[in-house]
Design a protein around this ligand. Structure first.
Ligand code: FAD
Length: 312
């Protein structure tokens, strides 16, 4: 996939180059353009290109509203209004392109987001690097007893050490077999001239899901926010969430007004059903409502209690 040194050289070259343009530039994003933001033990996310800024969203919205140039405070109000009312097309006017290095099991979750343009590193064409993800001690958790899709307490002591040892040994063994089956070194030469080596598209089958892959991922701001609302969320698996968290920081640099409105009206907002709103009205009226009298199902009642920080 190109050595780290090669990539560092390419990044330094890209960052050293500068072109004048009449297009909109966002200084805070320019500061980190091309630079990898470290995620997990060997992954990263870096911005390689972008189009538009907060102003592009406002400009597009004003076409539909037929309004002239306004002040920043009015831009902010307009962006919050668009976000609140799910008037989404102005947000599609901004685009961003990321280069991401991520474990294959994270890529499997990520690729479910179908509205991006993706180009992945080809393990049919090139040899995968000997790079695999091993969770840090704080992430090495047991299966959650209450949530079938989640984690419980962190494993400790001998059990943690044993699990980590197995993960590392399995991954390394699989990579050794992969390299052996390919019979090819990084330069593309045969390791053993007497062997033909298995095709790369077949040898890769034996690798474990924690091996790193890479892709370019381009998306518009509206769909990026949809991705972030699902993946920068406590319900998302930690290993994809940390990528979403890094991208949320990128978004803050790129489109600060949209970021603020997104956090306010989407990421940290809660949708209440008609039944839940009726319960809130009763609570505000001083009535002691229980799950039995709420008319809500148990799960929704628990979620409402959590959202309103009500004591059970
Ligand atoms: C916490 C969590 C747990 C999950 N668990 C599972 C699981 O157990 N099993 C599993 O299979 N998946 C699981 N998923 C994946 C989930 O079901 C979605 O596939 C994923 O979040 C992508 O969402 P999306 O389709 O809205 O996104 P995108 O693909 O980005 O689509 C955005 C929106 O565009 C529209 N759209 C895009 N393409 C189409 C299309 N072809 N047809 C119709 N509408 C389209 C839809 O309105 C969609 O909401 C999980 C996701 C999360 C966040």
């Amino acid at each position: 996939m190109g050595s780290d040194k090669e990539r560092e050289r390419e990044i330094a070259e890209s960052r050293a180059a500068s072109e004048s343009t009449r297009r909109v530039k966002v200084p805070a994003l320019e500061e980190i353009l091309y630079s990898p933001l470290a995620v997990l033990d060997q992954g990263f996310v870096r911005v390689v290109d972008y189009m538009g800024d907060d102003g592009a969203v406002v400009q597009a919205a004003r076409v539909s509203y037929g309004r002239g140039t306004r002040k920043v405070s009015e831009d902010k109000g307009l962006i919050h209004y668009l976000m609140r009312h799910r008037h989404s097309t102005p947000f599609e006017m901004c685009e961003i392109k990321f280069h991401v290095k991520l474990p294959i099991f994270v890529a499997r979750q990520w690729i479910r987001h179908r509205t991006a343009n993706v180009n992945e590193y080809s393990a049919r064409y090139s040899i995968l690097d000997n790079e695999f993800y091993i969770p840090g001690p704080a992430q090495l958790a047991a299966q959650s007893a209450s949530n079938r899709q989640g984690r419980g307490d962190v494993l400790e002591g001998e059990e943690a050490a044993r699990v980590l040892g197995m993960m590392k040994a399995d991954s390394q063994r699989q990579y050794d077999h992969y390299a052996d089956m390919l019979n090819e070194n990084e330069g593309g030469d045969a390791v053993d001239a007497g062997k033909r080596g298995l095709a790369r598209e077949l040898a890769r089958m034996s690798l474990t899901l924690n091996f790193y892959t890479q892709w370019y991922w381009k998306i518009d701001l509206h769909n990026l926010m949809h991705f972030l609302s699902l993946r920068a969320d406590p319900h998302a698996q930690y290993e994809i969430r940390v990528y979403a968290d890094a991208m949320l920081e990128v978004m803050k640099r790129w489109v600060p007004l949209c970021h603020e409105a997104f956090v306010q009206h989407r990421l940290h907002a809660v949708t209440l059903s008609a039944g839940a709103i009726a319960v809130v009205k009763r609570l505000l009226g001083g009535e002691a409502v229980t799950q039995a009298t709420s008319g809500l199902g148990k799960r929704e009642w628990i979620e409402l209690q959590a959202a309103l920080e009500l004591k059970g």
